[in-house]
Design a protein around this ligand. Structure first.
Ligand code: GFB
Length: 317
């Protein structure tokens, strides 16, 4: 069965940055039977509750965008929560989706599943070919387990469950808490506040030399919609732009966007994390999809949404 405008579609994590972007995309495309639950309404770590939800609602398609996520510091310090929450969320939803005959499920992972020192750009085949980056190993192992769940349920039960690995994401509804956020929202907030305080310098963690690739979450949502309609293979698939830059260059770009004249001060005592994680996006490009939002435009619109945060729609059934 293919996706129809009235198909019942469950977006797990519809209030998060990724899930809310997928929800916006599906609403724009005219889908009318979208369902979601807030974490207060449904604790995805609770197997019985997830099972009841699937039994009652019987979704036909699932976008699995719910996860405990965070930047390098949160991953490194809340290691127990990152592995437990993500293992439970993936296991409970994938298992219930099989039990209730979900037609198709898209599981979202992350580029940190690849080995720390894998050759660049990262091809899908490099999965499990070497040791992981230490700061986010618990998260990465939970995400690798999610990929394997999809593949195992496909192999044993014939489920059409697919896995996609986005690169570092940014956009509206991001987390701006400096202890738990990723670098791009953190730098928007720090540089914005430094400008308003007229501070002479702003602190950037690490050496500024690690390279990262950034994908706007609206591009990600577009790619997920594309894959839900056109991709039915067991092999995971990367979603990115195919272009990266150093953290110093990112900070300079944000500085220009915000118009801050002060210094960038690098704190080398803070962790750098993996030196580089640039995705090879040729598999997705060969299928006919590529990113369209340039980083400079994406940062400018994200800064606008930081200045005027939108209320996330929660009017789902
Ligand atoms: O985005 P980020 O936290 O995560 O950090 P990762 C990227 C780089 O930016 C690191 C540096 O080298 C940080 O040291 N950085 C500089 C900062 N200033 C800051 C700052 O103020 N805040 C933050 N957060 N970083 C995460 C993984 O890795 O990426 C997750 O831990 C996940 O598992 C996610 O994969 C996409 O790119 O290093």
């Amino acid at each position: 069965m293919t996706l129809q405008k009235n198909s019942k579609i469950y977006i797990a994590g519809h209030r998060g940055m990724v899930g809310s972007a997928i929800l916006r995309k599906l609403e724009r495309e005219g889908y009318t039977n979208l369902i979601g639950r807030t974490s207060q309404e449904l604790d995805l770590r609770d197997q019985a509750a997830v099972s009841r939800f699937f039994q009652t609602e019987k979704p036909e398609f699932v976008f699995l965008a719910a996860a405990k996520v965070g930047g390098i510091l949160a991953n490194n310090t809340q290691r127990g929560e990152f592995i437990y929450d993500n293992l439970m969320i993936a296991s409970n939803i994938i298992h219930a989706a099989w039990q209730q005959d979900v037609q198709k499920l898209l599981f979202l992972g992350s580029s940190c599943i690849y080995p720390k020192l894998a050759p660049q750009p990262l091809q899908e085949e490099f999965l499990l070919s070497g040791p992981l980056e230490e700061t986010n190993q618990p998260y990465a192992i939970a995400k690798i387990a999610g990929i394997e769940l999809c593949n195992a349920y496909r192999a044993q039960y014939g489920c059409n469950f697919i896995s996609a690995m986005p690169t570092n994401l940014y956009g509206p509804n991001d987390n701006y808490d400096l202890n738990t956020s990723h670098v791009l929202p953190a730098l928007i907030r720090k540089i914005h506040e430094a400008k308003h305080r007229q501070a002479p310098a702003v602190e950037i963690w690490g050496t500024g030399t690690p390279r990262r690739e950034f994908l706007h979450v609206d591009d990600l949502a577009d790619a997920c919609y594309f894959l839900m309609r056109h991709y039915n293979q067991p092999d995971l698939i990367n979603i990115g732009t195919g272009v990266d830059l150093t953290i110093r260059e990112l900070a300079e770009l944000i500085q220009q966007t915000i118009g801050y004249q002060g210094q960038l001060q690098f704190d080398a005592f803070k962790p750098d994390g993996t030196p580089r994680k640039l995705l090879d996006v040729s598999r997705l490009a060969d299928l006919g999809w590529q990113a369209s939002i340039a980083l400079s435009d994406g940062i400018a619109s994200t800064y606008d949404s930081f200045l005027q945060p939108q209320v996330v729609s929660s009017g789902l059934g």
